[in-house]
Design a protein around this ligand. Structure first.
Ligand SMILES: [Zn+2]
Length: 427
């Protein structure tokens, strides 16, 4: 269906980062024209006067089934959190739980303006992929591989990732499959090398956690004589198809290695603060080195939300605090992280509102108490909340219209998530 969005304030994220008042024409799922006034007979015309249109946000690090554990393990130290609460609960996961958690996360993402995400998970991945396709979201999904935890042979473990890729690649234009070895401390060297070799052969992305905690860095220095990013560099796996989640506890030399390789870093400020990891991702150093910076929420057990606008606010505040300077990482930088840089990290043709791009677009009501008065639309992420969002389109398809889901049964998905959570951890 062709759609004409009329008279919106458009935060384009185009080359010149223009903000303009005008119309957006969507044809066959793509943005074909953005102009002051477009005449034409699109099947649906949307009056967006009084609304802000911005590119759908891109969450570059998620574990969507974990929304069933939202609020379940609070006020705990990272290791206790994992060993006493999360891992035992995850061991009980059945396909229906993965579906329930995935759908719940998708609801929340859409309601807070996210249209695309970079997922890594460890169980019942067919259910997860089915949920993504059914909901009409755009995503890159990888099977979280970890032979040192599962105590499997590297080649056997790799099959989890390659079978997912073989089964789901090409099934939907919105879904891509990545290789996702969990982290350098949970994967053998052989598995990391095999995963990267496969990713290169198939021209797909490589997604891994790295340098989230100080302990991880100390252990790596002791066991391997190298810091985690130095180690990945020595294995030759850093390149522009690599997405590193966290990358917080790093030296300047490591940020240069990431930049030289053209790799992407998904900075997850809220999850880092919540798990009290201490290190703050040095975005200015990464940017100076030429790294591609994106943003993520991480799983909702360690956040507790998928709200990317909130993540944008935390990212800017944390960097201002780190450098004693709100300009080192600018407000415009943060928009770039959450849109075009995320698209670059995932190799997706989205992240801006300009002709030729996928029509992943969000509309928000500017006539809201928390957004008025309007000085500069770029500043809105400081005061925004998901209730401001009225419409969300993915590949031109309306997922949310006038605050209501077009196809997803929101109440049923929430009920199923509640049931699923009680099933797993009792209530
Ligand atoms: Zn994670």
């Amino acid at each position: 269906m062709d759609i004409l969005i009329r008279d919106a304030l458009v935060l384009t994220q185009n080359k010149n980062r223009e903000i303009m008042r005008g119309d957006i024409l969507i044809e066959d799922g793509k943005i074909t024209k953005v102009a002051k006034s477009i005449r034409g007979g699109a099947e649906e015309k949307i009056d967006a006067s009084g609304k802000l249109a911005f590119p759908g946000l891109i969450n570059c690090h998620t574990h969507i089934p974990m929304s069933l554990f939202r609020g379940y393990a609070e006020g705990m130290r990272l290791q206790d959190w994992l060993e006493k609460r999360i891992w035992p609960a995850e061991a009980k996961l059945k396909p229906k739980h993965v579906r329930a958690g995935s759908m719940l996360s998708i609801l929340e993402m859409v309601r807070s303006g996210t249209t695309c995400f970079n997922e890594m998970y460890i169980a019942h991945m067919d259910e997860l992929c089915k949920s993504v396709v059914e909901a009409g979201m755009r995503a890159s999904v990888g099977f979280g591989l970890f032979d040192l935890v599962r105590k499997t042979d590297a080649k056997e473990e790799l099959k989890n990732g390659t079978s997912l890729a073989e089964k789901w690649s090409g099934k939907s234009p919105l879904l891509t499959i990545s290789m996702a070895p969990h982290a350098p401390y949970t994967c053998s060297k052989e598995l990391i090398l095999l995963a990267k070799e496969y990713a290169r052969k198939k021209n797909i992305k490589f997604h891994t956690h790295v340098s989230e905690t100080r302990k991880e860095v100390f252990d790596s220095l002791q066991e391997k004589g190298k810091r985690p990013i130095e180690y990945l560099h020595s294995l030759g796996v850093l390149d522009d198809d690599t997405v590193l989640a966290h990358g917080s506890w790093v030296t300047k030399r490591e940020s240069i290695l990431v930049g030289k390789a053209g790799a992407s870093v998904s900075h997850n400020p809220v999850a880092n603060l919540k798990l009290a990891t201490g290190g703050i991702c040095p975005l200015h150093e990464y940017l100076e080195a030429g790294a591609n910076i994106a943003l993520g929420t991480d799983g909702t057990a360690s956040n507790n939300s998928h709200n990317m606008v909130e993540t944008m606010k935390f990212a800017h505040l944390m960097q201002s605090h780190l450098y004693w300077d709100p300009l080192r990482v600018s407000i415009q930088n943060v928009w770039d992280f959450a849109t075009i840089n995320g698209a670059k990290a995932l190799g997706s043709n989205c992240g801006s509102i300009e002709p030729g791009k996928e029509a992943d677009i969000v509309l928000a009501d500017l006539h809201s108490a928390n957004l008025a008065p309007l000085h500069d639309a770029r500043n809105l992420f400081f005061s925004f909340h998901p209730g401001n969002i009225s419409d969300v389109f993915v590949a031109g398809k309306p997922i949310l219209r006038e605050g209501k889901f077009t196809e997803l049964d929101e109440a049923k998905i929430i009920d199923e998530a509640q049931k699923g959570a009680e099933d797993l951890v009792g209530s």
